[in-house]
Design a protein around this ligand. Sequence first.
Ligand code: UDP
Length: 240
Amino acid sequence: MKKQVMNIAFDDFTMDEAVKTALSYIDDRKKCRVVTPNAEFAIEAGKNARFLNILQTSEIVLPDGVSVIYAAKIVGNPINNKLPGIAFAQALCEALSKRGGKLFLLGAKPGVAEKAGEKLMAEYPGLIIAGTHDGYFKDVAPIIDEINAADPDALFVCLGAPKQEYFMEDHRDELNVPLMAGLGGSLDVLAGNIARAPEFYQKAGLEWFYRLCKEPKRIKRMIKLPAYLWDAMVWKVKKH
Ligand code: UDP
């Protein structure tokens, strides 16, 4: 059962459960969208009904950041596991590699998805990168054809939010892919162009701080974190 944190309901999965659930959709050839909301998503969803609706109707909703864990605690519906999109991407690749699964990578600047694909195949032998395409395209129809021709089990859509969620919603019917996951800047990390925070920061819930130090211009985006926690406190006070 999903856990409601204000207007978004999250799955409180362990990584194993998240991957198993994703694989079950692939096995049943049933369509599944994976979204990875964090504070920034929640603030955007508060003023963007279309985006909110996608987050509310996606089959798998993973708490991407520590902000969600804090907000869940504040509203009195605690979530045990933070599951960042990038970690889910890696765990799914590992699981797919064990069954010769096929993955298509869409997004990021030209060359990045290819590089990420090469690294993933080296790290997870058995994984098949069925195709890649950068995220700066004008005409979407040839890309849909390309993805369908590659016949992947899973598609990583890495266009940033809410663009990637709109893509998944707009093309869900035409795309013959059971599992689609919106994974933001994951391809940049998987390609090795951007480093993930060291484990200490991840465990301390300070990945956002590490990223801020590395890319200070993200401050405008990160200011949404306290705003989200503030919303959670106001929500809690109003409910009691
Ligand atoms: N991106 C893209 N097409 C676009 C806009 C963005 O492929 O039209 C890519 C961008 O190159 C980056 C990712 O989408 O790889 C968004 O990264 P961001 O840092 O916003 O994601 P986060 O991990 O913070 O959600």
